[in-house]
Write a protein that binds this ligand. Structure first.
Ligand SMILES: Nc1nc2c(ncn2[C@@H]2O[C@H](COP(=O)(O)OP(=O)(O)OP(=O)(O)O)[C@@H](O)[C@H]2O)c(=O)[nH]1
Ligand SMILES: [Mg+2]
Length: 451
């Protein structure tokens, strides 16, 4: 990172633009002095709000009237002295206050993420918690918010640090025997270390094989609406989105491009993709649309196969062939089905099919509940284990697991220790703790060398 001569940072903590109240935040050794300079008064008691007028430090002009808070370090978000100014949320007010603060000694505008970065450097957060703050700010649904809050609370950090601690312990024991080669490695130490590595590896593999639910919950579950032309795929998409996102018409082959809508289904984020109707012998543009539809069906986490009730009991074979375990099957235009068909529970390719009608609303509530349940099982795991939320964590964990399984095959103690060291480092990359001091601490605490 760039080195600056001024080390107290200031930034708008609330969103840019007009609002009732805006929050400016300062962090660094000069925060209190800057506050005193622009208010002409001393800092209030720590963590108590006080009302102050704000003046420009050079010309003395009144800028605003608001609240201030003073969080002396290290008991602050960044671990440094922090000051918050709650002012009126207008462009001129916030701009002039920022300029006034930057005119104070040692104060400069913050870089992107610099507050969290300082919090990390001062040991207030690990990297997963810093990432969780970003996720919480980006969360659009309740389930995303819950996941981010859990991670911010340190659920992932505790899991990964716990594993790392176990590894460091095993490593420390091995290192001790490597450093003192006169002593033979007792069989129980060797077997104990191996058993520990095996159980860690198993826990890690279980965590990795979670169907990417945490990452999906961050990004949204990909759901593709597929089916023959004119079945009502776009009508269903619009009904779920509660807006006219896709064109609906009685002409078969209306939808060509993939039309994406973002939904909040019972608190879970979904990216719903309406696609072109599947059929043969169409013009080149439609053929490209169908190719895209098939590609979407292939990569989707979940499919909704929509059949046309008006042609019941004939079923489009292109669509039937795509029905699998990850497909919710619906027969639309239930209003066009013969009355005697309403009572039966049809199946398509071995999956139960729900009869709905986007027009009349028939079966729509039951369909929505079934769809939400399908989404929920894909995003919510069993039990209370926190989910893996980022590709960055996944790749570090995969590296770690590779090192661990290699360590079990290692022909010599030194090589096993080296693999464990690499595994520890890979885990440390996730939380940002990559430090050999930890290893030394454990060695000295557990072995009392030199006693
Ligand atoms: N009777 C009846 N008609 C429906 C229903 N849902 C949709 N339709 C009609 O079916 C026609 C086709 O609807 P779309 O939603 O455009 O169908 P699509 O599957 O997207 O068709 P393509 O984009 O051509 O593949 C339109 O005229 C809709 O008004 C329904 O529940 N009942
Ligand atoms: Mg359509």
């Amino acid at each position: 990172m760039m080195q600056y001569s001024r080390n107290t940072i200031v930034a708008l903590a609330s969103a840019a633009g007009r609002g009732g109240v805006a929050v400016l935040r300062l962090s660094g050794a000069g925060a209190a002095a800057a506050l005193e300079k622009i208010t002409g008064k001393s800092c209030p008691a720590p963590r108590y709000a006080a009302r102050r007028r704000f003046y420009h430090p050079q010309d003395g002009g009144l800028l605003d009237d608001g609240l201030v808070l003073w969080f002396p370090g290290p008991a602050s978000f960044t671990g440094e002295d922090v000051v918050e100014l709650h002012c009126h949320g207008g462009r001129a007010v916030t701009d002039s206050l920022l300029a006034a603060l930057c005119a104070c000694d040692d104060v400069r505008p913050a870089d992107a993420g610099e507050f969290s970065r300082r919090a990390f450097h001062n040991g207030k957060l690990d990297l997963t918690q810093a990432e969780a703050i970003a996720d919480l700010v980006d969360a659009e649904t309740l389930a995303q918010q819950r996941q981010a809050l859990r991670q911010m609370d340190g659920a992932l950090a505790r899991l990964y640090d716990g594993w790392r601690h176990d590894l460091i312990r095993s490593l420390a024991h091995l290192e001790a025997y490597i450093d003192f080669p006169d002593e033979d490695l007792p069989a129980e130490v060797d077997e104990g270390a191996r058993a520990g590595i095996r159980s860690l590896l198993q826990a890690m593999r279980g965590h990795l094989a979670d169907g990417h639910r945490g990452e999906r919950l961050r990004d949204g579950l990909a759901v593709a609406v597929i089916g023959p032309p004119n079945a009502g795929k776009s009508s269903l998409t619009n009904s779920l989105a509660r807006r006219e996102a896709a064109i609906v018409s009685a002409t078969a082959g209306t939808t060509r491009d993939v039309v994406e809508v973002h939904l909040d289904l019972g608190g879970y984020p979904v990216i719903l993709a309406d696609t072109a109707g599947l059929r043969e012998g169409s013009d080149p543009i439609e053929a490209e649309g169908i190719r895209r539809a098939r590609a979407r069906a292939e990569t989707a986490d979940l499919k909704i196969a929509v059949f046309d009730g008006a042609s019941w009991p004939a079923l489009d074979t292109h669509t039937v062939n795509l029905v699998d375990d990850s497909t919710v099957v619906v027969i639309n235009k239930g209003d066009c089905l013969p009355a005697d068909q309403h009572q039966t529970c049809p199946t398509v390719a071995g999956r139960p099919a729900q009869v709905i009608s986007v027009h009349s609303g028939q079966g729509m509530d039951a369909f929505l509940s079934a769809l939400t349940a399908e989404v929920q099982t894909r995003l919510e795991g069993q039990g209370s284990a926190p989910a893996l939320t980022r590709a960055r964590h996944r790749s570090a964990l995969e590296d770690c697991a590779d090192c661990l399984s290699r360590s079990l095959q290692a022909p010599a103690l030194e090589l096993m220790a080296e693999d464990l060291r690499l595994a520890t480092r890979a885990l440390g990359r996730i939380t940002g703790r990559v430090d050999v001091e930890d290893l030394l601490d454990v060695i000295f605490r557990d072995f009392c060398i030199g006693k």
